[in-house]
Design a protein around this ligand. Structure first.
Ligand SMILES: *Cc1c(COP(=O)(O)O)cnc(C)c1O
Length: 236
């Protein structure tokens, strides 16, 4: 059983990597294995297959898994972030990035949390943009994106602005250009201009259903869960 599960995950990762390698100029794109609600055994199989970037959505789960797993993992927090949980997240030494900064207030809270955790280096963050303008989705409105970016660069010395992130609408027509990806690329263009000094923000977009399309649209970071680990149980 365990061996079959391992083979399945290893094969899935190889398939995703091979697919990414077919996209021109995207051989250096970062694959984040989204492992929420999956047991550490599954993550360990992926790790043994060379996977180092993992994404988690729930603070408690991230805290527990990061304590159990090897310390050279680069963790991505990709879930909704509550201000009162910032300290727990900031205290994880091998946290690579918080992808879900969705307001100036949240940036300030994260900055403050980093001061008290005495992180060795500024913490990398992405600004989440609600490109589909869905009420249920987190993120700043596209027209507010550069203001939040500017605030982080100018007023949050414990943070290092690394890029922009979107989840986008589910079930977009794959035969046409994805409006969410176009919107995030547009936000990057504006923000890079506003920030100046050779700013080149990353784009975190694309999940199991559309990561290849996202790479073609300029993604540097794709977040793939189901295609690697299979369907998830419902969140309790
Ligand atoms: C769950 C999740 C993913 C992975 O989605 P899949 O469709 O399973 O690949 C990616 N990004 C975010 C923010 C998520 O919450």
């Amino acid at each position: 059983m365990a061996e079959e599960r391992q083979q399945e995950i290893v094969q899935n990762i190889q398939d995703v990597r091979a697919a990414i390698a077919t996209v021109p100029h995207k051989e250096n794109a970062r694959l984040v294995a989204v492992s929420k609600l999956k047991p550490v055994e599954d993550l360990q199989y992926a790790y043994d297959a060379g996977q180092r970037h993992f994404g988690e959505n729930y603070v408690q789960e991230l805290v527990e898994k990061s304590a159990k797993m090897p310390q050279d993992i680069a963790w991505h927090f990709i879930g909704h972030l509550q201000s009162n949980k910032c300290k727990l997240v900031a205290a994880i030494p091998n946290l690579f990035v918080v992808e879900t900064i969705d307001s100036i207030k949240k940036a300030d809270a994260m900055n403050k949390a980093c001061v008290s955790c005495e992180r060795a280096k500024p913490l990398r963050v992405f600004v989440q943009v609600n490109t589909s303008r869905e009420e249920a989705k987190g993120g700043v409105a596209p027209e507010q994106c550069s203001d939040v970016c500017k605030h982080i660069v100018q007023h949050c010395p414990q943070l290092e602005l690394g890029g922009l992130m979107t989840i986008g609408m589910f079930g977009r027509d794959p035969s046409i250009d994805n409006p969410d990806f176009l919107c995030l690329a547009d936000c990057k263009k504006t923000a890079d201009e506003v920030l100046g000094k050779g700013s080149d923000l990353e784009l975190s977009m694309g999940m199991s259903a559309d990561y290849l399309q996202a790479l073609q649209a300029g993604a540097t970071n794709v977040r793939v869960g189901t295609t690697i680990f299979g369907a998830r149980p419902k969140k309790p």
